[in-house]
Design a protein around this ligand. Structure first.
Ligand code: ADP
Ligand code: MG
Length: 275
């Protein structure tokens, strides 16, 4: 059994869309210096989707996420969130980066309370504490980020995104810097939070296994300029079967994606040789 291809831009998905990327492309710079980072991308995310994007490094994954976050503007096409065009960042989209991005001069609690406090939300510290409990860090509220391990810092980053109660979580290789064990524990926690809250998640990873553990849909990108090479329905769950990664279905799915990515890496290499 292999993964089922899926059309992420179907009429049925449009009918219940949370996020629409309509012919979205991105070019950096101009003239001789121009870098085409993203080819036109068409994709619809529905409420509750957990979409993982895998692709060769430098193919435009972060660019795509930054467009959804509103940190960058598209060169062509448009992005719609709940039918409204994205023109900048917003608290309904929570972003978690690969690492860091915490304020080192603030306690963990103040880091998490920062968002709600600056938006004038009631009782920011109580809210922050609630989300620190959720990610298992209540006991570290008064510590400073540099006193925590990498895994704990990523948890703070997640709490800081969740405290704004965003409808969408945008994660750019959030666990790339973690060791395998920490990574797997945090994957489980995130999946649990997703199950309980029904948030829509866009998750970038270079780990095929991670994408298969987490995603409802896996999206494979081509080499730069990034386009969608393939999209699949996925549904492996480690909470249902802790050893799911040892099943034939899982290793076949992994092989399938690996094959696609390998084609892209080879294509990227021959481009380099040619230029
Ligand atoms: P990925 O996250 O898939 O590794 P990125 O989206 O970061 O890739 O980058 C895609 C391409 O766009 C790369 O060639 C990168 O060098 C280029 N790029 C990204 N951001 C900028 C920028 N601000 N200015 C110029 N080029 C950029
Ligand atoms: Mg990146």
């Amino acid at each position: 059994m292999t993964l089922e291809p899926v059309d992420l831009y179907s009429a049925a998905r449009h009918a219940q869309a949370k996020l629409v990327l309509e012919s979205v492309s991105k070019q950096f710079g101009a003239g001789d210096q121009a870098v085409q980072a993203l080819s036109p991308v068409n994709v619809v995310l529905c409420p509750g989707d957990f979409v993982c994007i895998v692709g060769p490094s430098g193919c435009g994954k972060s660019t795509l996420l930054n467009l959804v976050a509103g940190f960058e503007q598209p060169s062509s096409g448009r992005l719609l969130l709940d039918k409204r065009e994205i023109v900048g960042p917003g608290s309904e989209r929570g972003v978690v980066f690969q690492q860091g991005a915490l304020f080192n001069w603030m306690t963990v609690l103040e880091n998490v309370a920062f968002g709600p406090r600056s938006r004038g939300i009631d009782r920011p510290r109580e809210r922050a504490m609630h989300y620190l409990e959720l990610v298992g860090l209540a006991g570290f509220a008064q510590r400073y980020p540099y006193e925590l391990s990498g895994g704990m810092q990523q948890r703070v980053g997640i709490a800081r995104a969740l405290v704004n109660e965003p409808e969408m979580l945008l994660m750019d290789e959030p666990f790339a810097a973690l060791d395998q064990q920490n990574r797997e524990l945090l994957q489980e926690e995130i999946k649990d939070i997703w199950r309980r809250t029904g948030k829509t998640v866009l998750w970038i990873t270079h780990s095929i296994e991670e994408s298969l553990f987490l995603a409802t849909h896996v999206l494979v990108m081509t080499a730069r300029p990034g386009a969608i090479k393939a999209a699949f329905q996925a549904g492996f769950s480690r909470s249902e079967d802790p050893f799911v990664s040892t099943t034939t279905a899982f290793s076949e799915a992994k092989r399938q994606i690996l094959g696609l990515l390998r084609e892209e890496s080879l294509a990227a290499r021959s481009q380099e040789v040619a230029s």
